[in-house]
Design a protein around this ligand. Structure first.
Ligand code: 2AM
Ligand code: CA
Length: 286
């Protein structure tokens, strides 16, 4: 593809740019995520006017989550009326073997406090394979995308996980248990192991964005227990397409099932499995 742009001297110049025609389903994910981002940002400056409900202990939802989710579903349905949908607020909508996995506002607790760290997460899964993903940070206007076999992008720039080879010097993200405290001691043992072995730990508060940041090399690894599929389905594809690895706590492939997950550059991720797996509670299995 040829792009024409004006150079520093004011002359029109032709540039050859690599064609990064986006997969059509990834395109729809991007369109839906942008729409939801618009809704989320419109309300962000007047969060005091929102009606907030508590789904369970420490688990909030507002009319923004619902409006953003409705906009995403409408965009997807218009393009793919037969696809199935699994969305955080409205649950499962039946369809064919393609399933969209949607979190309309990941990091609701941050959002409701006015803390600008949240995202919109949309993935498409076909049978057991993730094929398209978009995670959108509307505060920074950063769109992270991935299409299976075609790599991951941040806006139009190609993403690559960090080159970090070991835990020594690594910056690691995590999520601290907030709802179910049954496994808090096991989590704290994991946290202790990571504090001892790494350069530092961060808890930004939107799991979808944490994965996107691992894909971008901003953090070297990430782990959390008890996530839902919509928190990290998109993020998982973005990390693997950026050359990283994602697994359950024992290093297997059952993370979407268990919600217990480790992601990172390949070496860091393997080291994390080695250090964290011994602390996994028996009841969690993987
Ligand atoms: P949510 O905002 O879509 O619910 C991080 O730990 C993940 O857990 C986030 O992706 C967030 O997704 C979810 N979460 C739900 N309630 C939370 C809370 N009270 N504190 C932190 N994270 C929460
Ligand atoms: Ca979420």
């Amino acid at each position: 593809m040829i792009r024409i742009a004006t150079d520093a001297a004011g002359r029109d110049r032709c540039f050859a740019v690599s064609s990064r025609a986006m997969n059509p389903t990834t395109n729809i994910a991007v369109r839906a995520a942008r729409k939801a981002g618009g809704i989320v940002m419109r309300y962000f400056n007047r969060i005091d006017t929102l009606t907030i409900a508590e789904k369970q202990r420490n688990d909030y939802v507002s009319e923004v989550d619902r409006a953003a989710e409705a906009a995403i579903i409408e965009t997807i349905r218009r393009a793919y009326p037969n696809h199935a949908i699994l969305a955080e607020e409205s649950g499962a909508h039946a369809g064919n073997s393609y399933q969209w996995i949607i979190d309309p506002l990941d990091g609701t607790t941050n959002y409701l406090h006015g803390l600008p760290q949240f995202s919109i997460s949309i993935a498409l899964q076909h049978k057991d394979e993730l094929i398209s993903a978009a995670v959108y940070d509307p505060v920074r206007d950063e769109m992270f995308t991935a299409s299976r076999g075609q790599g991951a992008l941040l806006n139009d720039r190609r993403l690559r996980v960090s080159e970090q080879k070991s835990l020594k010097g690594a910056l690691i993200g995590t999520g601290i248990p907030f709802r179910d405290q049954r496994h808090l001691d096991a989590y704290l043992a994991m946290l202790k192991a990571m504090i001892e072995d790494t350069a530092g730990i961060r808890r930004p508060g939107s799991a979808a964005l944490d994965f996107a940041w691992v894909a971008a090399g901003r953090m070297d690894g990430f782990w959390e227990l008890g996530l839902s599929a919509w928190d990290f389905a998109a993020g998982a594809l973005i990390v693997t397409e950026a050359g990283g690895a994602v697994s359950d706590i024992r290093g297997g492939g059952r993370h979407l099932e268990s919600g217990n997950v480790i992601a990172g550059g390949i070496r860091v991720q393997q080291e994390m499995v080695r250090r964290l797996a011994p602390h996994l509670p028996e009841a969690m299995r993987y």
